[in-house]
Design a protein around this ligand. Structure first.
Ligand code: HEM
Length: 409
């Protein structure tokens, strides 16, 4: 007899540290291990059902939108939209009602309104849909005063080589799941629903390891680094870092998506010891170069026998971390996905990181970190930001409500 789909709450308060870092994306084992459900299958004494990953659902309704503190699924597609001419607050409200209804259905494993392929909705695979509002939306709806405090357009940094193809946008749809088909179907439904209101400006797809990864393991990025270790966890301030308490945005957050290209050809020619110094952590296990294990606190004062800092002055983690730069120097929640789009017209590998960061306040949390990294970061020799877009992510909604109601309702 098939097991009922397992529904997880996406409330961060119910996430263990292990779940948060656990990147469920670890196939059947990972998805089940974190979900606490497993137990359903294993307690019955047999193998987990073959379609357990496909049938897993994550609750859509709640105080916060899912897909932010929800452990990162294996696949993500980010879609940026431009509003059509003449779309006003009432029209955006209509779109958000439709999108909310469709997202609530799809994430629960049900077909959307006028679903072109209802069978594809049956395996949501931990699907989450997260909506965001770009700076231009506030102008379009005639509500400049509703721009959240500190939600300023991201400046172009000296390291940036931004391409309009990956930059800006009035609306964001972020779709994540442990299965590409579930993601593609949800994106298709939401893009079609948006057509009378908005057109797609860009679409970016990313991935994480999704099979054979130990539950709780931090994933690696395309440079081979263990990436995600020092993210805030529920027991060390996750809620304060991420969730806003400001006006209509209360229970929501802000998000920046940076498309950061990696020059892997030159990176691959760098000696492993130099690669480790560029980050400040070991390649083998992600432990700080100052010693200990992956999750141990780095010691930024330690020097080697030549008197040189073991975690160099320009190491990425030293420049990025609040610990090294003092209280108030910025904390964010990172949710990075690798991208690999083959080769470009010049034959160069077109790959890198879709760097997504969430923070209650954009100007005082994200910007100071990015400014420091733009000024000095050893990683800059092999990475180039080529896209950048910021969004306010409204709070979640309860059944009967809709995303964005606090602003548009
Ligand atoms: C391709 C670009 C990037 C790569 C490959 C990368 C890689 C890494 C790695 C391997 C770590 C150490 C492990 C960890 O704690 O996750 C790390 C830490 C971190 N990164 Fe990045 N990163 C990139 C871009 C950025 C950007 C654009 C920002 C923010 C503007 C950022 C902010 C941070 C922060 C805040 C930490 C944690 C520092 C700490 O508290 O120890 N990173 N990154």
């Amino acid at each position: 007899m098939p097991l009922p789909p397992e529904t997880e709450s996406h409330q961060s308060t119910r996430l263990s540290r292990r779940r948060l870092f656990g990147y469920t994306a670890a196939g059947v084992g990972g998805a089940l291990a974190g979900a606490g459900a497993v137990s359903a299958a294993t307690a019955l004494g047999g193998e987990p059902p073959a379609d357990a990953v496909g049938r897993r659902t994550v609750a859509f309704h709640g105080a916060h939108q899912a897909g932010v503190t929800t452990p990162a699924q294996a696949r993500a597609v980010f879609v940026g939209f431009g509003l059509r001419q003449g779309i006003d607050a009432a029209a955006v409200g209509r779109l958000m009602r439709l999108w909310t209804q469709d997202a609530a259905a799809l994430t629960a494993g049900r077909a959307a309104t006028a679903d072109p392929a209802p069978a594809l909705a049956e395996r949501p695979a931990g699907l989450t849909v997260t909506f965001g509002f770009g700076p231009g939306l506030f102008t379009a709806i005639g509500r400049p005063e509703a721009v959240p405090a500190g939600f300023v357009p991201a400046p172009e940094f000296t390291i940036d080589r931004l391409d309009a193809r990956w930059t800006g946008g009035d609306l964001l749809v972020q779709v994540c799941a442990d299965d590409s088909l579930a993601v593609a179907h949800a994106v298709r439904v939401l893009v079609v629903g948006a057509r009378p209101f908005a057109s797609v400006r860009w679409q970016q797809s990313g991935f994480l390891p999704h099979a054979g990864v130990a539950p709780g393991a931090t994933p690696r990025n395309l440079m081979g680094q263990v990436d995600g270790t020092a993210n805030p966890a529920p027991e060390n301030g996750l809620d304060e870092v991420v969730w806003s308490a400001d006006g209509w945005l209360a229970g929501g957050t802000t998000m920046i998506l940076r498309r950061i290209r990696m020059d892997l050809d030159t990176w691959d020619r760098v000696a492993p010891e130099s690669q480790e110094r560029a980050i400040g952590r070991r390649l083998s296990d992600g432990a700080p170069l100052s010693g200990g294990a992956e999750r141990d606190t780095p010691d930024y004062a330690v020097r080697d026998h030549h008197g040189k800092l073991v975690i160099p002055a320009d190491a990425h983690v030293r420049r990025a971390s609040e610990q090294a730069n003092g209280p108030g120097s910025g904390r964010i929640l990172r949710r990075g996905y690798s991208y690999d789009d083959g080769v470009d017209a010049t034959g160069q590998a077109d790959c890198g990181l879709l760097f997504a960061a969430y923070q209650a306040r954009f100007d005082s949390q994200f910007l100071p970190i990015q400014r420091r990294l733009a000024e000095l970061d050893a990683l800059n020799a092999w990475t180039t930001p080529i896209g950048s877009a910021v969004f306010a992510i409204p709070p979640g909604c309860q059944e009967g409500g809709w995303i964005g109601q606090g602003l548009l309702g």
